[in-house]
Design a protein around this ligand. Structure first.
Ligand code: K1U
Ligand code: ZN
Length: 198
C-alpha cells in the first residue's frame, strides 16, 4: 500500500509511484478541479517531479492515483530549457478530419510502444493555475500528447486505440507481471531488482 504523505506544511516536492496496468484506477473518470489551493499546487509540483524523474513528456494525475482532471507536460528537447505546462480540466473542443500516426508510449504501460492514429490537430480548452480559461490549437506531438493525457482523465488508455488482438496481448502480459509482483518475496539487499516484463 502507498504510504500516506505527511501534511503539506512539512513536506517538499515528491516523486510519487506511477500506477501500472492492470490497476483499475486507470479506468476511472477523473473529477474536475474546483479550486487551486495548496494541496492542488502540491499535486502539480509532485506531478512534475514524477514526470521528469520517469522520464516522461506528460502525466495525468490519475497516473499517480489522484482522480483529478490535471495534466502536466513538457515537450522541450534534451538540449532546450524546460517548458513545463499545466492543463486543468482540459477538454477537446475541436478535432481535424485529417489524422496523424505517432508511436506512443505510456508511463503506466512501461516498455510498450505502438503506433496510434488520432486527429492531426485539436483545439483544447483548459484552465491555467490562476483558473483563467485558456484555449489552444495544437498539432504534431503536442496534439498527440494532449489527446493521450485527456484520454487518461477519462479512463481511456492508448491501447484502447489499437487492435483488440494487440490490446489483449498487452493486458495478458501485464496481468501476469502483476500476479508475480503481488506474490513476490522481498529482495535480498544484494539482489538487483528486475524491471523486465515478459
Ligand atoms: O501519459 C503518459 O503515460 C506519458 C507519456 C506521454 C506520451 C508519450 C508519447 C506519445 C503520447 C503521449 C510518456 O511520456 S511516455 C515516455 C516518452 O514518450 C518519452 C520519455 C523520455 C523522452 C522522450 C519521450
Ligand atoms: Zn499514458
Amino acid at each position: 500500500m502507498t504510504p500516506r504523505l505527511p501534511p503539506l506544511k512539512s513536506r517538499a516536492m515528491a516523486v510519487r509511484d506511477i500506477i501500472i496496468l492492470p490497476d483499475k484506477r486507470l479506468r476511472l473518470k477523473s473529477e474536475p478541479v474546483k479550486a487551486v489551493d495548496k494541496p492542488l499546487r502540491a499535486l502539480v509540483n509532485d506531478m512534475f517531479e514524477t514526470m521528469y524523474a520517469a522520464p516522461g513528456i506528460g502525466l495525468a494525475a490519475i497516473q499517480i492515483g489522484v482522480p483529478r482532471r490535471v495534466v502536466t507536460m513538457d515537450l522541450a528537447k534534451k538540449d532546450e530549457p524546460k517548458q513545463p505546462q499545466v492543463f486543468i480540466n482540459p477538454e477537446v473542443t475541436w478535432t481535424s478530419d485529417e489524422t496523424a500516426t505517432y508511436e506512443e508510449g505510456c508511463l503506466s504501460i512501461p516498455e510498450y510502444y505502438e503506433e496510434v492514429t488520432r486527429p492531426k490537430s485539436v483545439r483544447v480548452k483548459f484552465l491555467d493555475l490562476d483558473l483563467k480559461p485558456q484555449e489552444i490549437e495544437a498539432e504534431g506531438l503536442l496534439a498527440t500528447c494532449l489527446q493521450h493525457e485527456i484520454d487518461h482523465t477519462n479512463g481511456v488508455l492508448f491501447i484502447d486505440h489499437i487492435s483488440k488482438l494487440k490490446r489483449d496481448m498487452v493486458m495478458k502480459k501485464f496481468k501476469k507481471a502483476a500476479k508475480k509482483t503481488v506474490g513476490a518475496k522481498p529482495l535480498a539487499e544484494d539482489q538487483e531488482p528486475s524491471h523486465h516484463i515478459g
